[in-house]
Design a protein around this ligand. Structure first.
Ligand code: NAP
Length: 508
């Protein structure tokens, strides 16, 4: 009998009706669980969250909400081994990939508990300095941020079931909004277990966290003016959500984290035998193989000075050939399968499209016969145009592009990205690239061999913003206390200074 995943709505676990969908182990193709959302009353779930969870969270101070996040982090830490095993089984993660997801989630919850401690006993955030509005100082203005009265609906992608859940929930709960979290169905077992821990241990007030498992149907047709939607996934689904009539009519706030053709740029000053060259190679190889390349922030386009291309090709091919691909349960394996059979087929089709405009430099020759495996694949583009700037191949695939000068012009053809990384010791080169690529990105990573234990460009840190313009979705998440603004209404208070200051407990 397969495990049946349930939704947690209206303060109770509820199973959907009908056959629903089956969840698999992508390394063995073994069926692990089923899930159905049929018959779940989403309107009632959202209403319950708004009526029960919202007031309970808003009655708490930031410090008190931070203590809730700390408790979730501790519960996840206590069950870490079990969570890692679920990531390995249902996500095809190696142990190291599963740690990246689960530890990333725990770290993000801790980071927001710290932000909360800094905000202390307040319930409302003062935004910037007070402003004298008239000739007399008595006429005064002050911006404040207050929690929205609706529900924060979170729609997550399949690749980071723990982190994606936690990075969104931490910020919304801290801001004082109840959360309804919808995991991607194919890898939902891990997020389901995290929510079970929260519910079993009664870590949150009633209604503060709901969980909608299974196919989404039209559940976002239920959101209204005080609600917000934070979505991670494909640009196509994002466009569908943004154009829902109720979303348009009620100006529902929607944050989108979508796909991205992240570029890594090697400077022409970097010699093939140098610490900077090694750092660059290590970051490209890590991004291609970690989580089988299924990271939204993974390097997809690798821009190399034409004169260094031969050395880069040879060195990367050697590194990739040394990556054991196979059963993620084995300690010797460094790269597992992609998440689903559909993903594997899409990656293969994407490689085919890229090869129409380039040549294969390396492809892992031997793969397990069973499971959704795709080997690391490195392609060299024939020129710097075409599909390489349009098609995100969501797997262990990267494209080398030779440049003669001004790589920033080629980078910007990606039409908006999450992160661009630069590897150079030449400050004027870095300055030129940063100035031109910055408007097209949410984050710029400056690789350097002296940064100890550098996580590379593919790791999203809670202290910095995550998101990017254009095809990356135009959204922004995290960034420490900055993340709270999405879940808050900014209000300008305008009136007598002493009255405003009294309202704000002496601030403003
Ligand atoms: P997807 O098909 O758009 O699915 C993403 C989520 O949306 C899933 O939870 C899915 O549920 C749900 N969904 C699908 N249709 C929906 C609808 N009509 N209404 C509401 N929700 C709906 O994306 P994917 O292909 O699984 O994800 C991979 C993409 O995500 C890649 O392009 C990757 O770059 C991007 N990504 C971006 C980030 C980032 O932070 N920028 C992070 C990770 C991934 P079901 O699973 O139940 O269908």
């Amino acid at each position: 009998m397969l495990k049946q995943l349930r939704s947690h709505v209206c303060g109770q676990w509820r199973a959907g009706t009908g056959a629903g969908q089956t969840l698999f182990n992508p390394a063995t193709e073994e069926a692990l669980a089923t899930v159905s959302s049929a018959g779940i009353d989403v309107a009632a779930a959202l209403d319950y969250a708004r009526r029960r969870g919202g007031p309970a969270l808003r009655a708490m101070t930031f410090a008190e909400r931070g203590a809730l996040l700390q408790a979730i982090a501790e519960a996840m830490q206590e069950s870490r081994t079990e969570l890692l095993e679920l990531g390995m089984a249902n996500g095809g993660n190696t142990r190291s990939d599963a740690k990246f997801d689960v530890d990333g989630a725990i770290g993000t919850l801790h980071a927001y508990a710290e932000v909360a401690a800094g905000l202390g006993a307040r319930r409302m955030l003062v935004d910037g300095d007070g402003i004298q509005l008239g000739r007399s100082p008595r006429f005064h203005g002050q911006h404040v941020l207050v929690p929205r009265r609706g529900v924060a609906v979170h729609v997550n992608a399949f690749n980071f079931p723990a982190w994606n859940f936690a990075e969104k929930a931490a910020v919304a709960l801290l801001a004082g909004m109840p959360v309804v979290s919808k995991p991607a169905t194919s890898s939902a077992m891990l997020a389901h277990r995290v929510v079970e821990l929260v519910v079993e241990q009664k870590l949150l007030p009633d209604g503060a966290l709901s969980f909608l498992a299974g196919s989404p149907g039209e559940f976002l047709a239920q959101v209204g003016a005080q609600d917000v939607v934070a979505f991670t996934g494909s640009g196509e689904t994002a466009a569908r959500i943004r154009s829902l009539p109720n979303v348009v009519r009620h100006s529902v706030r929607v944050n989108v984290e979508a796909d991205s053709l992240n570029a890594a740029v090697l400077g022409s000053d970097v010699q093939p035998v140098s610490g900077m060259f090694e750092t660059f190679l290590r970051d490209v190889e890590r991004d291609m193989t970690q989580k089988a390349g299924q990271k939204c922030t993974a390097i997809r386009r690798v821009l190399v000075p034409r004169s260094s291309m031969d050395e880069v090709k040879a060195a990367l091919a050697e590194l990739l050939a040394a990556v054991p691909v196979g059963d993620p349960a084995l300690a010797s394996t460094r790269m597992g399968p992609v998440a689903t059979a559909a993903q594997r087929d899409e990656v293969r089709a994407g490689v085919g499209a890229l090869l129409g405009e380039g040549a294969k430099v390396f492809e892992q020759p031997s793969l397990p016969a069973k499971g959704y495996f795709v080997g690391p694949t490195l392609i060299e583009a024939r020129d710097g145009a075409g599909a390489v700037h349009e098609r995100e191949v969501f797997g262990p695939v990267a494209v080398l592009i030779a440049y003669d000068e001004a790589p920033q012009e080629i980078v910007s053809r990606g039409n908006g990205g999450l992160v661009c990384s630069i590897y150079s010791d030449d400050l004027s080169f870095i300055e030129g690239v940063v100035a031109d690529v910055a408007p097209h990105h949410g984050r710029i990573f400056l690789g350097h061999p002296k940064i100890e234990l550098s996580p590379g460009p593919g790791t999203v840190l809670p202290q910095l913003v995550h998101g990017g313009p254009g095809r990356a979705g135009g959204g922004e998440e995290l960034g420490g206390a900055r993340g709270l603004t999405f879940y808050s209404q900014r209000v300008a208070l305008e009136g007598s200074r002493p009255v405003i200051q009294k309202l704000l407990g002496g601030e403003g």
